[in-house]
Design a protein around this ligand. Structure first.
Ligand SMILES: N[C@@H](CCC(=O)N[C@@H](CS)C(=O)NCC(=O)O)C(=O)O
Length: 345
């Protein structure tokens, strides 16, 4: 794809690709912020800015990590408008009244930039890939450090640790603990492919075969998560009483599942609230009991509007379904059929 947009930005399956399968590009900027001496991008308080979308699950990972680690004063952030048009993500304008949320503001660093692509081109005039969020931007060097969420998540997890107050919750929290690394990596591999990316591969498929292949594999993977969580009696997290990257990576997809993926991406063999009790419990615990990091960074208005009004190849009239109501159930409430079944037992 050329930078001038020779390929339509909303064409998710490459034209001519007979598989009908969505293939996610590899991120282009892969540097890292580090507290090692002489680091190219040193871990300096206030130096970095995150460009995110509340709609985007990949960007959502970084907002959760920023909160959990207590990095609010270390890393600033701003949020693009939920609508993605022909030129990709755009910065909100003061006239936008349909995109409520914290930090939904024009680009705070570059007056005159209208789209996220302007930022990419300001760093690399010849940039020829997709203009994705999240972007971790260095305000001093005026360049992009990384646009790969898994690596930004990892960086936020430890790069600022030696500057955090010794007794702070953020300092004590290790999202990638040594003894769980193998397990986190292993789970991360199949859940990325089959769940995080699986919903997109189901939803963007342009052949029946590609859709069915991916949607079946997605639900097999959800069954596997459900089985693990049902057996995880030490809970409430994926790995017992320890909150890790794995919880963050799964949460961002599963919180979007019932409101968007079930209908918009046709991931409808089951939904979470009626079909996956242990997963539902795990997800609601994060959302409601760890609200500052998980609940408060979730913006259903951006999530629902983005998918349903930007993917016009899937939903040409851009009508956003009203349900499900509510977007997420309170902790102590179940859908009627689940409540009735529980009352019977
Ligand atoms: N591998 C990237 C993927 C990020 C990504 O695909 N973000 C989507 C939003 S959910 C995006 O910005 N898409 C814009 C586009 O592809 O034009 C990451 O994890 O950071």
């Amino acid at each position: 794809m050329s930078s001038s947009g020779a390929r339509n930005i909303t064409q998710w399956v490459k034209p001519g690709d007979k598989s009908g399968e969505f293939k996610r590009q590899t991120s282009a900027f892969r540097d890292r912020v580090s507290n090692e001496p002489g680091a190219k991008f040193p871990a300096e308080k206030g130096r970095y800015h995150l460009y995110v979308s509340y709609a985007c699950p990949w960007a959502h990972r970084t907002l959760i990590a920023r909160k959990l680690k207590g990095l609010e004063d270390y890393i600033s952030y701003s949020v693009v408008h939920w609508h993605m048009g022909e030129k990709g993500w755009r910065f909100p304008t003061p006239e936008d009244t349909d995109a409520a949320g914290d930090n939904v503001v024009p680009d705070p660093l570059h007056a005159g930039f209208t789209h996220l692509r302007d930022l990419y081109f300001s760093v690399d005039k010849a940039y020829a890939a997709r203009f994705t969020v999240p972007v971790l931007y260095d305000k001093v060097a005026q360049t992009i450090v990384s646009n790969e969420s898994s690596e930004i998540l990892r960086m936020l997890g430890n790069a600022f640790d030696d500057q955090l107050p010794p007794d702070s919750a953020g300092k004590k929290l290790d999202l990638y603990p040594e003894d769980l690394r193998k397990d986190i990596d292993e789970v991360g591999e199949w859940t990325y492919d089959l769940i995080n990316n699986g919903v997109y591969k189901s939803g963007f498929a342009t052949t029946q075969e590609a859709y069915e292949r991916n949607v079946v594999r997605l639900f097999e993977a959800l069954d596997r998560v459900e089985k693990h969580l049902a057996e995880e009696t030490q809970g409430p997290f994926y790995f017992g009483d320890r909150l890790t990257e794995t919880d963050i990576r799964l949460f961002v997809t599963l919180i979007r599942f019932d409101p968007v993926y079930v209908q918009h991406f046709k991931c409808n063999l089951r939904d979470i609230r009626s079909g996956y009790p242990a997963t539902h419990r795990w997800m609601r615990n994060l959302y409601w009991k760890h609200a500052a990091a998980f609940g408060d960074t979730t913006n259903f208005l951006h999530i629902k509007n983005h998918y349903t009004k930007s993917h016009t190849q899937i939903n040409p009239p851009s009508i956003t379904p009203v349900g499900p109501v509510p977007d997420i159930l309170p902790l102590d409430e179940e859908v009627p059929a689940v409540a009735a079944a529980a009352a019977k037992n």
